[in-house]
Design a protein around this ligand. Sequence first.
Ligand code: PSV
Ligand code: MN
Length: 424
Amino acid sequence: MLLNKQLIEDQNKGLLATHKRNFEFVAEGVANLDDVLKKLVAFQIAIPSWALGTGGTRFGRFSGSGEPRNLEEKLSDVGLLHALNQSSGAISLHIPWDIPKNHVAIKALAASYGLKFDAVNSNTFQNQATQEHSYKFGSLQHVDKAVRKQAIEHNIEVIQQGVALGSKALTVWLADGSCFPGQLNFRGAWERTYESLVEIYAALPEDWKVFVEYKAFEPNFYSMSVGDWGQSYLYASKLGPKAYTLVDLGHHLPNANIEQIVSLLMMENKLAGFHFNDSKYGDDDLTVGSINPYQLFLIFNELVEGMDAKGMNHATDLGWMIDASHNVKDPLEDLLQSIEAIMIAYAQALLVDTKALKAAQAVNDVVAAQEILQAAYRTDVRPIVAQARLLSGGALQPLNLYRILNVRKELVKERGEKTVATGL
Ligand code: PSV
Ligand code: MN
């Protein structure tokens, strides 16, 4: 479904007077306003191709309606999100859930929506109908060389798909591990995984990166072969300068200090970027910012501080992506909420008085340090985020407009009631 620019402008017109009042009220207290707006306009978050349909759990999947039936329709959905918020200018493909049939045509279609291709993701956590060997006992770590070879070849094929689309990174997430003590020799599993990754690394084009994603548990419940940032960091540092650690917010044990992990990975130039989501218990894959928005802000605070310390470009030097599952919400509404939550946390982090914070830290003024952080966190930056959208041609109220336009109803008319998108 194509969104007519005029509809956005018409809605914005009606909201402009109130928006202006709200924006001016908050803008008055922001010293670096122009810089903040510029950074917000530039910031783009990739949408995963597998999150455009209803997700499920191992207990069931309650499909929605009007889900995209193919990659072209997925691009159209991301294009729609991007038209509304001007902050979702990229899509991340999971292979083989989304294999383009004609790369040139798909690239041109994406460009027509203003979309780029973000990292491509390999999948060795599920068996595909056409494959010879099973991943039941792992892929890159497998004790059988033939299975490892198959998994390596799949990753290389994913790189080739990405090259044809203009992607610049491969994300490797491994479900590998063990469910029971004694099942695996840890060192052996590590070494085999590493050797496999070395072969994949060797196939990376010159200007490519590989992101090694870690996860504490699930589907394996005793050990994971890339179970935490330490293990991922070890792989990434041994592999070389093109390898980085990818942080998925839901992949930690409860109460992990993710902001500290992020800070240290950045210090070592090994932070790849993010899979954003939120969680209460584990890999819940909930809407970003729906459970713990303060943690999200603290992560962005470290990101902004760390990127500035290294002179990095906020928009382009790290990979920003959502990785969520929408079991009870309309996926597109959920994604609009997630993008908004990310932009809010980023904007708040940009408001932190870093000079004052450093001064407070230097004299161990713990109270002042907390006040400084929370002053930024408690600022209602929504009008600033909306202003950035307005400047880039997006909607002042994307979610509201999505509902007013009855987008889902239109998509159901176009695609049907019983359409199920590929993905988890
Ligand atoms: C695994 O839980 C994960 O976070 C990986 O990024 C996968 O590629 C993605 O979810 C989709 O299953
Ligand atoms: Mn992930």
